[in-house]
Design a protein around this ligand. Structure first.
Ligand SMILES: Nc1ncnc2c1ncn2[C@@H]1O[C@H](COP(=O)(O)OP(=O)(O)OP(=O)(O)O)[C@@H](O)[C@H]1O
Length: 625
């Protein structure tokens, strides 16, 4: 290098000494152009080897333009050598400096820190005036995909922007592009480098890359501080969002995180005491000292809840609200299509502290049959049909009871998680699934009471600023044009309307989801009060799946239980009525099922359900929707 002998192939034979002599010989003014001047044979050979036919070209220029191009060509070659050589020297200096004068840290593309650094860079560097950017379209709900991640961090830090919600022209987000960028952080220069040479597949297609951060000095502390700041920044942005993972596809067990606006606990209506006790129980469990306390007492550090009740009563909403309140990442699974071994791997892959939601666990088709543990029930045609139906569901879902229990309690299963199962028909769940230790609390979510009807009404018609204040204490971002645009309806008037509305909604007969649906169709409070009676009449004749249907079903079951108990000798161990068939009759629906007795198995101490009697019950005026 120092001799000027270049590394490049083009300059492989170049002799700098000769070249310098040539330059000297041909410096303008060093003498008149002599047409017949011959080139030094060595130089001639060098130039000819570098530019084939140079001597002929030179001669032509001499003859036609009386110009000796040797000087120009030699200078160009000399400049190229200098540029090339200085590039290599600069590279060597850089490498030396980097090795001995800089600290650096690299962050793989799969690590969440990668996303957190990108977010910080986007907001503090890229959006503040980078000239080289990577652009991405955000999704309508404010999500933006970055590498294998999805995040709405940029939009969530801004005020409401209608463009963020326009499906046709999603807003554009800017991220650091591949390559190197310098920036200042806490008074120090930092170098950010993003490369994708070791990134493949979807990540590469999405523009994700490994990040290397460097800063001047041999002490890596400033880098650590910077990474901590990135984490804090990300956390702050997520304050009003929750991270949700669903089942992953292809090689991933869980999907990449999806950010959703978190739901405030006060927007989920339920009995105040039940809600308070649930929150207290969870805060107790999540207390930093709990893990140790559980460990010292030899109790596995896990907590399980069963949220049960008719459809649309807030089970899922409560789960989202709790995850947001306690800043837990939420992993949701609806059960179908997962095999036992995959489920066990999914549980093993959960982070140490998170919430896992198994939705509608009763419809996941989990049976003992696949384990060859057919419960002894009275053999009726309906039982056979139900068993085969369940077997079909189980075959579809691939989960067995033992597989599920193994995932919950297995050695690979993470401690520290909060498990929530939701169910519309908890009585159909195997007792082993909901025994204490797996499910520590069962929480009932019921239809609307008078108090909750009033609360839902007020929440729907309060000004947006009030709703927002309830959630995060911030001022309103937007006021919806239609909601509560009735003149003359002030706070006092609204309160009175809410009381009137609640009186017209019969207690325990409609679900919060049904009531919410009605109020979404009637966005003015006076109109809602006027229309609610007609709507209630319509809903109470509603069919399967409604709260009214569930209520009548429960009542019918209870009456069968109380009527049959004396006949069934030992009432001790009497379980519940399990519906197996629903037939349309003249006056409504006839449900056929089996009355169960629960027996403890002396051998393994597990409870066994034994069908002891076929029963039928009627639901009057029930009609399917
Ligand atoms: N108790 C409640 N308080 C406030 N909103 C509710 C409540 N119950 C239901 N909702 C509203 O109804 C809709 C459905 O609620 P959600 O999905 O939580 O019900 P669910 O009980 O989980 O239903 P399913 O059993 O069918 O899964 C949501 O939009 C939610 O806002």
């Amino acid at each position: 290098m120092g001799t000027g002998k270049s590394k490049g192939t083009m300059f492989g034979n170049f002799d700098l000494g000769n070249a310098l002599r040539l330059v000297g010989n041909t410096i303008p003014g060093s003498g008149p152009v002599n047409q017949n001047k011959m080139l030094d044979p060595t130089n001639q050979i060098i130039l000819d080897s570098m530019i084939p036919g140079f001597t002929i070209i030179r001669q032509l220029f001499m003859n036609y333009f009386r110009l000796d191009i040797t000087s120009i060509v030699t200078k160009i070659i000399f400049a190229a050598v200098v540029i090339h050589g200085s590039g290599a020297i600069w590279e060597a200096i850089k490498q030396f400096m980097f090795k001995y004068c800089f600290s650096s840290v690299s962050i793989p593309v799969s690590d969440r820190l990668n996303r957190e650094v990108l977010l910080w860079m986007s907001t503090h560097v890229v959006e503040k005036g980078s000239r080289h950017l990577a652009a991405q379209s955000s999704k309508s709900d404010g999500e933006c995909s970055s590498g294998s991640y999805r995040f709405s961090s940029l939009s969530r830090l801004r005020r409401y922007n209608p463009a963020d919600f326009d499906e046709r022209t999603p807003a554009v987000k800017y991220l650091p592009t591949l390559g190197t960028q310098w920036f200042w952080h806490r008074g120090r220069p930092f170098m950010f480098t993003k490369t994708n040479s070791s990134v493949y597949g979807a990540d590469r297609a999405n523009g994700a890359g490994e990040i290397t951060l460097s800063c001047l000095g041999r002490n890596p502390e400033p880098l650590k501080r910077f990474l901590q700041d990135c984490k804090e920044f990300d956390k702050k942005g997520k304050e009003f969002l929750i991270t949700v993972h669903t089942r992953g596809d292809y090689s991933q067990l869980w999907s990449e995180p999806i950010l959703k606006p978190s739901r405030a606990l006060n927007t989920v209506d339920m009995d105040d005491d039940v809600k308070k006790s649930l929150i207290d129980d969870l805060s107790d469990y999540l207390h930093p000292s709990s893990r140790q306390a559980y460990g010292r007492r030899g109790v596995p550090y896990r907590r399980g809840y069963l949220f049960y009740g008719p459809p649309g009563t807030g089970k899922t909403s409560m789960c989202l609200a709790l995850a947001g309140h306690f800043k837990l990442e939420l992993y949701t699974l609806s059960g179908y299509g997962v095999k036992d071994d995959e489920l066990s791997k999914m549980f093993a892959a959960l982070p140490p502290k998170c919430m896992i939601l198994l939705e509608d666990i009763d419809s996941a088709g989990i049976t003992r049959e696949r384990m060859g543990e057919t419960p002894s029930t009275t053999t009726t045609a309906t039982t056979t049909t139900t068993s085969s139906k369940k077997r079909d569901a189980a075959a579809r879902s691939g989960i067995t009871l033992s597989g599920l229990l193994n995932a919950f309690d297995g050695t690979t299963s993470q401690e520290g998680r909060v498990l929530v199962m939701t169910s519309n028909t908890p009585e159909t769940l195997d007792r082993a699934l909901v025994r204490p230790g797996r499910i520590d609390r069962q929480v009932y979510f019921g239809p609307v009471s008078r108090r909750s009807a009033e609360a839902i009404f007020l929440r729907m018609f309060s000004s947006d600023s009030d709703v927002d204040k309830g959630k995060d204490g911030s001022a309103a971002a937007v006021q919806h044009p239609k909601w509560r645009s009735e003149p003359g309806v002030g706070e006092e008037e609204l309160g009175a309307l809410a009381v009137r509305f609640a009186e017209l909604v019969p207690e325990g007969r409609v679900s919060p989801a049904e009531l919410q649906g009605f109020l979404l169709d009637h966005k003015r409070p006076v109109e809602a009060v006027e229309m609610v009676q007609a709507w209630v009449r319509e809903v109470l004749g509603a069919g399967e799946g409604s709260v009214e249907w569930a209520r009548q079903k429960e009542e019918a079951k209870k009456s069968v239980m109380s009527a049959t108990t004396p006949k069934v000798m030992e009432s001790e161990g009497l379980g519940e009525v399990r519906i197996q068939k629903e037939e349309k009759g003249v006056t409504g629906w006839r449900l056929k099922g089996v009355l169960h007795r629960v027996k403890m198995d002396a051998a393994d101490g597990r409870s066994r359900n034994q069908g002891i009697m076929a029963v039928s019950l009627d639901i009057k005026n029930g009609n399917r929707r």
